[in-house]
Design a protein around this ligand. Structure first.
Ligand code: MN
Length: 191
């Protein structure tokens, strides 16, 4: 199977000022594209050549895992945003967040803490288990909760390439602003 860079459901400047056109050009156009290209080259002639992306993420390791998971993670990340985003979760996801963390605001605080304190490069995740119990998961590098039997609901990329052009070293400022882009229709439907 040949993977392709997913099209973004918004214009490259539509997420400004939270995520600049320049960052989208590099992060989606260069970094995400490179993971796709690497993955296609790496799986050619291997047992993963005809696997789904989920299967590769769950079963591979090393370079194939790193590139497959980065394709998965970035696609999930970029498809969580809308220029008209922000606000709060909806429906069953809103209820589950309230049940687990007391309020959406408290969940955001916990999520921001996880993402801020993740050392080095990685991803902060909201994920659910097989019976719908929510948790915040910190993953280094290309890590993805699928490998722990969990289903991802939301992720924030905390690799420096996600925010350095717009926020330099201010990861917390990037995280605080990112909530204004979340498309809760899309994200709530994942629960
Ligand atoms: Mn990234």
């Amino acid at each position: 199977m040949k993977y392709e860079l997913p099209q973004l459901p918004y214009a490259i400047d539509a997420l400004e000022p939270v995520i600049s056109q320049k960052t989208i050009e590099f992060h989606h156009g260069k970094h995400h594209q490179t993971y796709v290209t690497n993955l296609n080259n790496l799986i050619a002639g291997t047992e993963f050549e005809n696997s789904t992306l989920d299967e590769i993420v769950k079963k591979s390791d090393g370079a194939i895992f790193n590139n497959a998971a980065q394709v998965w993670n970035h696609t999930f990340y970029f498809l969580s945003f809308s220029p008209g985003g922000g606000g709060s979760p909806k429906g069953k996801l809103a209820d589950a967040i309230d049940k687990t963390w007391g309020s959406f605001e408290n969940f955001q605080k916990e999520f921001n803490t996880a993402a801020t304190t993740l050392f080095g490069s990685g991803w902060a995740w909201l994920a659910k288990d097989s019976v719908g119990v929510l948790s915040i998961v910190k993953e280094s590098n290309a890590g993805n909760p699928l490998t722990k039997g969990l289903s991802p609901i939301l992720t924030f990329d905390v690799w420096e390439h996600a925010y350095y052009l717009d926020y330099q070293n201010r990861r917390a400022d990037y995280l605080a602003a990112l909530w204004n882009l979340i498309d809760w229709d899309v994200v709530s439907a994942r629960y």
